[in-house]
Unconditional design. Structure first.
Length: 336
């Protein structure tokens, strides 16, 4: 890079210690996906109210860019922002859905090459995964994309371990998500990884979205809202959260909706995208993480309050889900 680019790269970010997020946009960027990154990361704050992230938008060449809507955006920063970023996010573009789209622009490949190897997290939202795959960043890695583009993605990139039926993937710092709302889940996942459940949950509350949908949850839910005349499973889930501290059976859950266990299980999977048992485990993990971060309860007390019964059981579940023990999680994310 020439001296002018070097000087400019030094001024893209404030240099105040916040985590630096660069959003790389292309022509006809999906405006919703672009706004997700700014909205979600922009709300993450310390207990004292300080911003935890600095988010900037960049393009190959600064200037006015078309979106998929009836308004353009003005991008101030060029690809020099990628060289200084701690996280790079690539949203989708309306052009990605064109089945006749050509190979990746060499200039885009060169821009992505400016990302610091090994030191920067890289993520895509929706069909932004086509860019990562074309640049070779997903070779041999697990990845996903919008379900409508899954067949074309699998055909074009056979060297990627493609998973069509998940909300998002995280393969050692290279992340992909399905379309639209799954990008919110992905950003919350990154915040949770960086700063713990309490911060991520606060961001979710501010955005009025679920605090945690795990990546393995199905992205294409057959019936996201109950059909007329068919009761949902919302009452059962609300009851379960109020009784999370004790064992909960499938029969008890079904009884809250006055239905059989078979019917309840089918409706639950249709509406939530996962099984009742898996959902319960995830809620217990979320409860345990919040208690480890925000209370002085012992590990045994946290295990009991979250419904794991024993510290050993909770330890096994946290290790499987998060890769850390309860004490290590608390040491990492416990506030002052």
């Amino acid at each position: 890079m020439d001296n002018m680019c070097e000087d400019r790269a030094m001024t893209v970010f404030a240099g105040d210690g916040r985590h630096r997020v660069a959003v790389l946009v292309r022509d006809r960027v999906l405006s919703f996906e672009l706004s997700i990154v700014h909205r979600i990361f922009g709300q993450a704050r310390t207990a004292a109210g300080a911003s935890l992230y600095e988010v900037v938008t960049c393009a190959l060449v600064p200037g006015e860019k078309r979106t998929d809507a009836d308004f353009p955006i003005t991008v101030v920063h060029g690809s020099e922002a990628l060289a200084e970023a701690d996280t790079v996010v690539v949203p989708g573009s309306a052009d990605d859905f064109d089945p006749h789209s050509g190979p990746l622009d060499p200039a885009l490949t060169a821009a992505l090459a400016r990302i610091r190897p090994g030191g920067t997290r890289i993520a895509s939202i929706c069909t932004g995964s086509f860019v990562l795959a074309a640049a070779g960043l997903l070779t041999g890695r697990r990845a996903t994309t919008h379900w409508r583009s899954s067949a074309r993605f699998r055909e074009r990139f056979p060297d990627v371990a493609f998973d069509v039926d998940v909300l998002y993937t995280d393969d050692d710092g290279v992340l992909t998500s399905a379309g639209a709302a799954a990008g919110i889940d992905l950003c919350l996942h990154m915040i949770r990884t960086d700063h713990g459940a309490a911060v991520a949950n606060e961001v979710a509350r501010g955005s009025v979205v679920p605090p945690h949908r795990e990546g393995g949850q199905a992205q294409y839910v057959q019936r996201p809202m109950p059909e007329p005349g068919i009761s949902s499973t919302g009452k059962a889930r609300q009851w379960a959260l109020a009784n999370l501290h004790r064992p909960i059976t499938l029969r008890e859950l079904a009884a809250q909706e006055s239905t059989s266990t078979r019917t309840f299980t089918r409706r639950f999977r249709d509406e939530v995208g996962t099984s009742p048992g898996r959902w319960l485990t995830q809620q217990r993990i979320e409860r345990a993480c919040a208690l480890l971060e925000c209370t002085d309860l012992s590990v045994d007390q946290v295990a009991a309050a979250a419904g794991f019964g024993t510290a050993g059981s909770m330890r096994l579940h946290l290790k499987a889900e998060l890769g850390v023990s309860p004490s290590a999680y608390r040491a990492t994310f416990r506030g002052p």
